[in-house]
Design a binder for this molecule. Structure first.
Ligand code: SF4
Ligand code: SF4
Length: 432
């Protein structure tokens, strides 16, 4: 549906597609896959219930109420229901669009509004501003203020989300984007050239992980181009219901990367990969169908790309570790990339791979869900950690910074010994 087409009681700007909500035949196949339904047992917090709410608003049987707003934000957007649905209903995406509606029906006021606009419209679209904003956090760690605060337990006196956000912060390094050369040559015989999409959280919080991604790609025979003008993928804007800013930055990234002469556009962030692959729908109204389809065809998660190209295993040294794998929702459900990471892990010599029970069940991170719904997020995480523990693994591999933050925090808090690593860090261990 056009971003300005009126649908029932939705506003005209960015309403869900009526066909999407009509597709639900109420079979209930999605119910056992939905973490918020498992937590609450409430129909309205299930995929079927959420789609029914959207349909009732579309058919003018219901106003866009607070309850619709709550369900839009309580949905993890994990897309597990999409994988399970025989009708192709995308409840997560419908709820994402309902968040945009929620901000139109219930706009924030005063400071909340200004803060949201500053973060989404000024800070996230500006890599320089974003990188500068992390300097106080790096000083906070470097000067020992973090150590003092953590040991004083002062953080326990404030809201729970502040304590959790602080506890999740990994050791910060200078952002990677300004450090990477525009072009890094392949090692040995060149197999191709890729554009590297460096997500905001990766460059700011997991700079050393993405450095390994670039190292693995070059060692595997690919020249890596990193255009410095790239911006946030737009996923936070979609999550927070700011689809207009998401469209602006999507158009920027589309033009920037399609001007490169590359075989693929590779990312090591599952959330970014999912957002980039969905530019085709987000920018549908621009009419650039061929360009969008070509872009969609080039975007690859790093594990998807390496599996497609064939991992060069000659010279890999053994990594003698027991390893399990947590599937990021935005890799397995949103992108359908599930087998490839496992194949790569198993191709590394020395690995003792243990399959994780419920590997594709959300970890409870889900963008800001883990901070907005701390109790529910903890319950979802506990289920995941129990499964991790029963594998007996030493390393828990994943491929998304949100999962990485949540799992590492949860394991540490639970006193468990597993270390979380990104799949390219694991591959990096096998490369001399
Ligand atoms: S969303 Fe899909 S799986 Fe769930 S009830 Fe509707 S048709 Fe069935
Ligand atoms: S996206 Fe996830 S949380 Fe949302 S309705 Fe579907 S399964 Fe439930």
């Amino acid at each position: 549906m056009s971003p300005t087409e009126k649908l029932g009681n939705f506003t005209a700007h960015d309403a869900p597609d009526y066909c999407d909500v009509l597709q639900c035949m109420r079979c209930g196949f999605c119910l056992p896959t939905c973490p918020t339904f498992a937590l609450t047992g409430r129909e309205r917090s299930s995929p079927r219930g959420r789609v029914a709410l959207a349909r009732a608003v579309a058919e003018q049987k219901l106003e866009f109420t607070e309850a619709v707003k709550e369900e839009a934000f309580f949905c993890l957007d994990c897309r597990a229901c999409t994988t399970a649905c025989p009708s192709g209903v995308r409840a997560g995406e419908v709820m994402e669009i309902c968040r945009s509606q929620a901000h139109q029906f219930f706009p924030l006021k005063h400071v909340g509004k200004s803060f949201r606009e500053f973060v989404l419209q000024k800070m996230l679209p500006s890599p320089d501003l974003l990188e500068h904003s992390m300097l106080p956090a790096r000083l906070y760690q470097k000067l020992g203020i973090q150590w003092l605060l953590r040991h004083s337990h002062l953080l326990k006196l404030g809201p729970e989300w502040v304590d959790k956000a602080e506890g999740m912060m990994p050791e910060l390094h200078p952002p990677l984007r300004p450090q990477l050369a525009d072009s890094i040559p392949a090692v040995g015989e060149q197999r191709g050239r890729v554009g590297f999409f460096l997500g905001c959280i990766m460059t700011l919080m997991y700079a050393e992980v993405s450095r390994q991604t670039v190292r693995v790609l070059t060692q595997q025979g690919f020249e890596v181009l990193t255009p410095k003008a790239q911006k946030c993928c737009g996923a936070p804007h979609l999550t927070e219901g700011d689809r207009d800013t998401a469209r602006r930055i999507a158009q920027h990234n589309l033009d920037l990367f399609m001007a490169l002469d590359v075989d693929a556009i590779v990312t090591d962030c599952a959330g970014c990969g999912a957002a980039l692959k969905e530019y085709e729908e987000l920018l549908e109204e621009t009419g650039s169908h061929d360009k969008l389809a070509a872009f969609r065809g080039k975007v690859k998660d790093v594990s998807e790309f390496l599996a497609e190209q064939g991992l060069r295993t000659e010279g890999l040294k053994p990594v003698n570790k027991i390893v399990t794998y947590h599937e990021p929702c935005h890799l397995c459900h949103a992108q359908g990339v599930s087998k490839q990471p496992r194949d790569l892990i198993k191709a590394i010599p020395g690995i003792d791979y243990r399959e994780l029970n419920e590997a594709s069940w959300c970890c409870g991170s889900a963008a800001t869900f883990s901070l907005k719904y701390t109790d529910e997020s903890q319950q979802i995480l506990d289920r995941k950690l129990q499964n991790v523990q029963s594998t007996g693994a030493e390393l828990l591999v994943t491929a998304n910074p949100g999962c990485h933050l949540q799992l590492a925090w949860g394991l540490k808090r639970a006193g468990l010994s597993q270390k979380v690593v990104h799949i390219t860090e694991l591959l990096g261990m096998a490369i001399d």
